[in-house]
Design a protein around this ligand. Sequence first.
Ligand code: 13P
Ligand code: SF4
Length: 373
Amino acid sequence: MSQTATIEPQAGTRAIPFEDYRDLSDAELDERIEAVRRAMGDSLLILGHHYQQDQVIRHADLRGDSYKLSQLAAESATCRSIVFCGVHFMAETADILARDEVAVYLPDLSAGCSMADMADLDAVEAAWSDLGEIIETGEVTPVTYINSSADLKAFCGRHGGIVCTSSNARAVLEWSFARRRRVLFFPDQHLGRNTARTMGIPVDEMPVWDPRQPLGGNPPETIQAARVLLWRGHCSVHQMFRPEHVAMFRQRFPDGPVLVHPECMMKVVDAADLVGSTEFIIQTIEKAPAGSIWGVGTELHLVNRLAHEHPEQTVHFLSPMVCMCATMYRIDLPHLAWCLENLARNTPVNRIQVDLETAAWARTALERMLEVR
Ligand code: 13P
Ligand code: SF4
C-alpha cells in the first residue's frame, strides 16, 4: 500500500465520539475502514487474532495466534501505528515489542481476558514471598502465560523468568528446568499441567496455588515436593469443554479425531486425539486429507471459520454449548471504524502504552521467550 498524508484536525479538535458509529450499517463501516487503510498505507498495521469475528478479521493486514502476533509486532518495520484486533494483553505485548516510534491502539478498551485478570502483581508478589518461607525462591523460575498483564511479565523478567504461549509452552518449561528445578506457572493451571505432564512430571508434584488461601492452600511438605506450582486460573471459554463432549462426539463419529487447545482441562486433553495451540489446530485441519471429520475444542469463531474455509473437511464444534470469547467479540466494526478514523484525523483514541520501566523488564521476559523458539 502507498503512504499518503492523513487528514489533520484543527488545533483543539476533539475526537469523534463513539456514538456517531453505533447506528451505521456494516456496508458503510466496511467502506470507511477500508478508506482509512488506503489513506494511511504502510504507516498503519492492523493485527488480528484468530478468535476475532469474521467481519473484523477481514480488515486485518496480518492474523495469527498470540505467539505469531507478538513476533509480527516485534518485526514490524514500516508502520507508525498498530491497531490491535485482539484483547488487552495482546496490545500491551505489541507495545512492548514494537519499535519505540510505534503507537498501539485497542479499538475497545473493555476487550480484556478473564484469565489474565485471575492473577495480579500483588497476589503474585505475595505468593512469591510466601513460597520464600518454605523453599528457596532462587530455585523457582516464574513463568507467565502471555495471557497476563505487562507487570506480571515484568515480574518474570526481574526474577529470571520467562513468558510462554500455548505454542511454545513445552520449550519454555524445558528452558526453565535447565536452569532451576521448580516453576511457578501463572495464570493458567491447565496449560501448565497439560504441558508439564508431557514432560513426565507427575500430577502430584504440581499442586494448585490458590491465591486466596494461606500458602496457596497447601501444606509445607506439598510445596517442598513441588516441581510446578500451578496458579489457580483458567480460561472461561476453554473450561466449558467437558470429557462427556468428547464421548458424545466419538459416539456419533467413531473415526473422527478430536483436536483441542491446551487451555482445556486435563480430562478433556486425555480424551482427545490431538492437543495444540491455535496455529497447530489451523495447520492440522489444513493438512488433513479431504473427507476427514473433526471434533474441535477451541473458540467458536475460529472453529466456524475453519469449517467454512475447509468445505473438503467436516469440522464440528466439540461442545453443545456456545463457547466464544465474549471479550474478543467486543472488537466490532463500529469500534474499529471509530478507532481508525480518529487515528487518521490525528485525534487518536484508546492508545495502549506500558510505562518504560515495566516495559523494559517485560521485554526481557518476552525476548527470552522469542529466543527459545
Ligand atoms: P493462542 O496462544 O493459541 O493464540 O491462544 C490465545 C488465547 O487467548 C487462547 O485462549
Ligand atoms: Fe482469555 Fe480465554 Fe478469551 Fe483467550 S479465549 S482471550 S484465554 S478469555
